[in-house]
Write a protein that binds this ligand. Sequence first.
Ligand SMILES: *Cc1c(COP(=O)(O)O)cnc(C)c1O
Length: 366
Amino acid sequence: MIPFLDLKEINAQYQQQLKEACSRVIDSGWYIMGNELEAFETEFAAYCGTRFAVGVANGLDALTLTLRAWKELGKLQAGDEVIVPANTYIASILAITENSLTPVLVEPDEDTYNLCPFKTKAAITSKTKAILPVHLYGLISPMPELMDIAAKHDLLVLEDCAQSHGAQINDKKCGNWGHAAGFSFYPGKNLGALGDAGAVTTNDPELASILKALRNYGSHKKYENSYQGVNSRLDEIQAAMLSIKLKYLDAETEQRRKVAQAYLTKIINPLIKLPRVEKQGAHVWHLFTIEVDNRDNLVSFLNEQGIQTLVHYPIPPHTQKAYEGFFEGEYPITEKIHKNILSLPLSPIMGSKEVDAVVIALNCYK
Ligand SMILES: *Cc1c(COP(=O)(O)O)cnc(C)c1O
């Protein structure tokens, strides 16, 4: 069996260090908002190249609390429009609607699955106040162009980096392009904790400061509350796990790139559309997605060969029951992607034998 992603095996590589760090935190008697979190925030900001990283409980909160902080700062208000790719994972959109902002769904580029400058520009109205580019599957969006558009129209940019830790353009990493960025450290992400965790990166000291209050009941100082905040903290054990995993992130990304490169060069089947080859550095291959008609056929064919695949994602946000006011057929590119997309096994510990088995199976598929 070739698993889609074997988290147990991935973390087993570091088990000694992870267990030692766990013991250290247990023995410290201090479990929330302490040295481990501060250390990880410093390390992660340095990794991204930003002035600040603020740890929160998960990726959804990273996005939600950033938009909330901009409301507190008077930069956004209820009803403002936020441009977001229609084919994103629903969390990007939940962060917008949770803040009573209006998501404006924009069709992605068919080859990169990300926002493109042309369609983004076309979606801007007098109510548009922000753009939320999602670096889907690990490929960074065209940030230089999107930042130009944002500057011209005085828009805020919040990057959704939940799938793209370390992806970069011109040596500048994701998380350092927009005015702020939300990261998830859900266990299956490229930088994964051993539980839920997330962070916001930014170069804006005022934003970082408000976020630090919002995640902790709206409080900068114990028992004094400046905002109606929430409880969304990144606890010490997870911060300690992340400090260890962060040291190996770039090496793991290189392993992911090797697998992806093998898939890109060796899969030759006209029935299968491969992802577009990108400039070195732009893609961190959180997922290797192909497109195929009659996806169910291929899924069961691969399953028979012992190859596990997943679909990211089967139902587009605008046709989910959670959201009303959209209709099927409204976003045809998005709907086609959701119908045809399929993620192949890919992990930093996948061996060449496994990669070749996937390649052979796909090349045999008729
Ligand atoms: C995983 C993910 C999130 C949410 O992160 P959580 O930590 O699970 O809350 C947001 N956006 C995208 C694109 C994601 O893949």
